[in-house]
Design a protein around this ligand. Structure first.
Ligand SMILES: [Zn+2]
Length: 426
């Protein structure tokens, strides 16, 4: 995950900045996909399973297999119902008011976000002999707005009743936080969202902040044009931006950010990186910079990328997009100059700033990252910087190899030139 610091506040107050939390990515394989792929163009009903040899109420392994097939039929029908915007059919499996309300939240959020790809399937069913209930993980694949969009996945624990008339959903509760890349809770699972849809971006927030949606969408659409120019391996089919209020900042995606973080970009699958902005930091005067920074993470970071040792490059390219005319006073320019003169170790920073670093020191490290990538961009041009980034971050090739092949110069020379440029910055 990659973050952005808060800008210096109004009235000259030094508000705070960031820790970039580029987390290691989970290496687990994608979940098993069992249900039919249900897109808007799919009109067929789910394929019936063979007649079960077991019956409702059995808690045997054989019943677990049969019941999983029945649950998958139910889920496949729900996926089709959602895409057809058939609310009644989508809610039909709910056994109780809580389960119904949970499904209703998902239905309303996903249709508001114009879901165009949606797929549900169940993991193995596990019986609880005490209650007679069954537990499973429901695997959800989804994407929005664009026809034939690339789907991402999230899994959600579910509890089922095995009845004579079919599976009934007793409970559906996203995990607060998960070790599984696919387990982190999506905003549309946790909160009732208000949504605005543009051509390149969908933005969403809670009721308390819905008045900010027009401004957020307008600025995000402009930022997307910039981020698209930095795209690695093709533009994302859509950017997704969530504006978090206090509670949502602590719960969406199961992320715990330092108090001084202003926003983050979260890789949620192989092809999308979602953006969350902290509303308290996303004042109008900073919104454009924040969005250019975070959406450029979304366009440059693909799923499992290689962040270790490359913090300066990952953040530097986002900073280059954020500050097309260079660092301003709110971007810690003075602190960067001071840091470079007094305490910089004359190395390109490879790892996140420590959690306990001062605000100005963290801001200065972002300044160093910006200057390093700006120098590469000035010297070699945009296309070669993109090529360099792709080979280092996505392919994990050594800097020494990539520098020779892309820039035509040894990395030792290129790095020394960047360091000289940073030291001379005024
Ligand atoms: Zn960042």
């Amino acid at each position: 995950m990659s973050a952005r610091w808060k800008a210096i506040g109004a009235l000259g107050l030094v508000v705070s900045i960031v820790v970039c939390a580029c987390s290691p990515l989970n290496q687990q394989a994608p979940p098993e996909r069992l249900a039919v792929v249900a897109r808007t163009s799919v009109a067929a009903s789910p394929t019936p399973s063979p007649t079960p040899t077991t019956k409702a109420g059995d808690l045997t392994l054989a019943r677990a297999v049969d019941f999983r097939a029945l649950v998958n039929e139910t889920l496949a029908a729900q996926a089709i119902a959602l895409l057809r915007q058939d609310e009644e059919a989508f809610l039909r499996p709910a056994n109780n008011a809580d389960a119904r309300n949970g499904l209703l939240r998902r239905y309303r959020n996903l249709t508001a976000m114009r879901v165009t790809g949606f797929q549900l399937s169940s993991g193995p069913l596990e019986a609880d002999s005490g209650t007679g209930q069954w537990k499973s993980k429901v695997y959800i694949s989804f994407c929005f707005v664009v026809a034939n969009c690339t789907m991402d996945g999230v899994s959600e624990p579910a509890v089922w009743a095995d009845t004579a008339t079919g599976p009934e959903l007793l409970a559906l509760q996203p995990a607060a936080v998960s070790d599984d890349w696919y387990g982190d809770p999506q905003p549309w699972e946790l909160s009732d969202l208000h949504v605005a849809v543009g051509t390149r971006v969908v933005v969403a927030t809670t009721a308390a902040l819905k008045n900010r949606l027009p401004e957020l969408l307008r600025e995000a659409e402009k930022a997307a044009q910039v981020a698209d120019e930095f795209a690695i391996r093709g533009k994302p089919d859509l950017y997704r931006v969530y504006l978090a209020d206090k509670n949502e900042w602590k719960t969406w995606f199961g992320v715990v950010m330092p108090r001084w973080a202003a926003g983050y970009a979260k890789e949620i699958g192989p092809s999308h990186t979602d953006v969350v902005l902290n509303n308290s930091s996303a004042r109008s005067q900073y919104l454009a910079d924040m969005l250019r920074h975070e959406l450029t993470h979304a366009s440059t970071l693909q799923g499992k990328h290689h962040w270790s040792g490359n913090w300066w490059l990952i953040e530097g390219i986002a900073e280059l997009a954020a500050h097309p005319v260079g660092l301003g006073p709110a971007d810690w320019k003075a602190e960067t100059i001071s840091y470079v003169r007094r305490s910089w170790d004359r190395k390109l920073p490879g790892e996140d700033p420590p959690d306990d670093i001062s605000d100005s020191a963290a801001g200065a490290r972002y300044g160093v990252a910006f200057l390093a990538v700006k120098r590469l961009n000035d010297r070699f041009g945009h296309a070669k910087v993109i090529d360099f980034f792709e080979r280092v971050i996505e392919q994990d090739l050594p800097l020494s190899v990539v520098s020779e092949s892309v820039f035509g110069s040894p990395w030792s020379e290129v790095e020394a030139d960047c360091i000289g440029f940073i030291r001379a910055y005024r």
